[in-house]
Design a protein around this ligand. Structure first.
Ligand SMILES: [Zn+2]
Length: 328
C-alpha cells in the first residue's frame, strides 16, 4: 500500500471518493509534498477489482499485478533520464496504449510525471489521444509547474491543487521521519526545502546541511579575501548548481528586502544573517539589483539544462559577489 501523508487525508477523500471518475486529472503543486504517492494510490484504487470503500483491496489479481509492476492496463510515463524532456516517441507509445482494449476488462490508468517535461510535439500527441478517449481510460498527470503546461492540456483535466502543508504539520512529520534530528535541524531543513517536507527529507539525505556549511564558509572567506573566486568555484565542483543559485538568489533578495524594511526578520537563516546584513549595508542598490537580475537569468539557464561551463559560471558569480561591498 502506498503511504498517504497525514496532510493529504482530505485531498485523498475528495479524489478517491468521486462517484464518477474523470478521464484526466492534473495533480499540481510544489515538489516534495507527495503528489506522486497520491497518484499511485489513486491508480491502485482505480485498477482494483474489489475495492474496499476508498482503498484498493491489495489482494485481487489487479492489485497483485500492479504491485509486481506487471499490470497490463497500467502505463507510467516519465522522462528516460531524470530532469530531461519526455520525448515524442514515448508519448506515441502511450497513445498506442490508449487505443488498446483493457486486458483485464477494467479500466486503464496512465500516470505521467512531470507533465511539464513534455515538449510541444509530445503534448500535442497526448492532446489528440485525450480528445478521443477509448474505453475507460484515466490519465493522471502530475505537475510541479502547471504554468508551464499548454492551456489546452490544463483545460482538459480535472485540476486538483495539492497545497503545501502548514509548517507545524510538516515539522511534526519530519520529527517522525528523522528521529535522530533535533528541532533546530528540522526547522533549518524545512526552510531550505521551501516548506516541502518530502523535499526536506531528500535534502537531508543529500547532506544539504553540510553542503550549506561549506558554501557559507566559502562565501565568508571570499569576502575576507582569504580565497579567490576561481579557487572557490573549483572547490564547489560537487555541489548541485541549482541549489547554489537558489541560495545566492535568496541572499540577494534578502538584501533588497532588508534595505527596504530594515527588518532583521527578512535576513533568512542564521548562518548567513550577519553577512547578508553587512552586504545590504555596504553595497549600492544598483549593484544588488544588477546581481539579482543576473542570478535570476542564469538560474533560468540552469533550470533549462543549458550547456553551461559550471566553473566559469560560478567564477563569474563569485567575482560579482566579492565586488558587492563598496561604492556604486
Ligand atoms: Zn484489489
Amino acid at each position: 500500500m502506498v503511504e498517504i501523508y497525514p496532510w493529504q487525508t482530505s485531498l485523498w477523500q475528495q479524489l478517491a471518493g468521486r462517484t464518477r471518475h474523470a478521464h484526466a486529472y492534473l495533480l499540481h503543486g510544489p515538489t516534495g509534498i507527495g503528489k506522486r504517492a497520491l497518484a499511485e494510490r489513486l491508480m491502485a484504487r482505480l485498477l482494483c477489482q474489489h475495492p474496499n470503500g476508498l482503498e484498493a483491496c491489495g489482494h485481487c489479481k489487479a492489485c497483485h499485478l500492479l504491485a509486481a509492476g506487471t499490470h497490463p492496463d497500467n502505463f507510467v510515463l516519465e522522462p528516460e533520464e531524470a530532469d530531461k524532456a519526455i520525448k515524442v516517441d514515448q508519448v506515441r507509445e502511450l497513445v498506442n496504449f490508449v487505443v488498446q482494449t483493457a486486458q483485464l476488462g477494467g479500466r486503464k490508468v496512465i500516470l505521467l510525471e512531470p507533465a511539464e517535461a513534455m515538449n510541444l510535439n509530445a503534448a500535442n500527441a497526448l492532446l489528440k489521444s485525450l480528445e478521443e478517449p477509448s474505453g475507460e481510460t484515466v490519465l493522471l498527470l502530475i505537475s510541479h509547474q502547471p504554468s508551464r503546461l499548454l492551456p489546452t492540456i490544463r483545460s482538459r483535466c480535472v485540476q486538483q491543487a495539492c497545497p503545501l502543508p502548514d509548517r507545524a504539520s510538516s515539522l511534526a512529520w519530519l520529527e517522525g521521519a528523522l528521529p535522530q534530528s533535533n528541532s533546530e535541524e528540522r526547522e533549518e531543513l524545512l526552510t531550505l526545502a521551501a516548506g516541502s517536507p518530502l523535499a526536506a527529507l531528500r535534502l537531508q539525505a543529500q547532506g544539504v546541511r553540510e553542503q550549506r556549511a561549506l558554501v557559507v564558509e566559502g562565501v565568508k572567506k571570499l569576502l575576507k579575501q582569504q580565497i579567490g573566486a576561481s579557487q572557490l568555484a573549483e572547490s564547489w565542483n560537487a555541489l548541485p548548481l541549482l541549489q547554489l543559485f537558489d541560495w545566492f538568489c535568496d541572499w540577494s533578495q534578502a538584501m533588497l528586502r532588508y534595505r527596504l524594511t530594515g527588518d532583521q526578520q527578512v535576513l533568512g537563516l542564521a548562518d548567513m544573517r550577519k553577512v547578508v546584513q553587512y552586504l545590504a549595508d555596504k553595497s549600492g542598490q544598483a549593484k544588488i539589483l544588477a546581481i539579482q537580475d543576473w542570478l535570476l537569468a542564469q538560474r533560468q539557464k540552469v533550470l533549462g539544462k543549458a550547456n553551461l561551463n559550471r566553473v566559469l559560471l560560478l567564477e563569474a558569480l563569485l567575482v560579482q559577489w566579492a565586488s558587492l561591498p563598496g561604492p556604486g
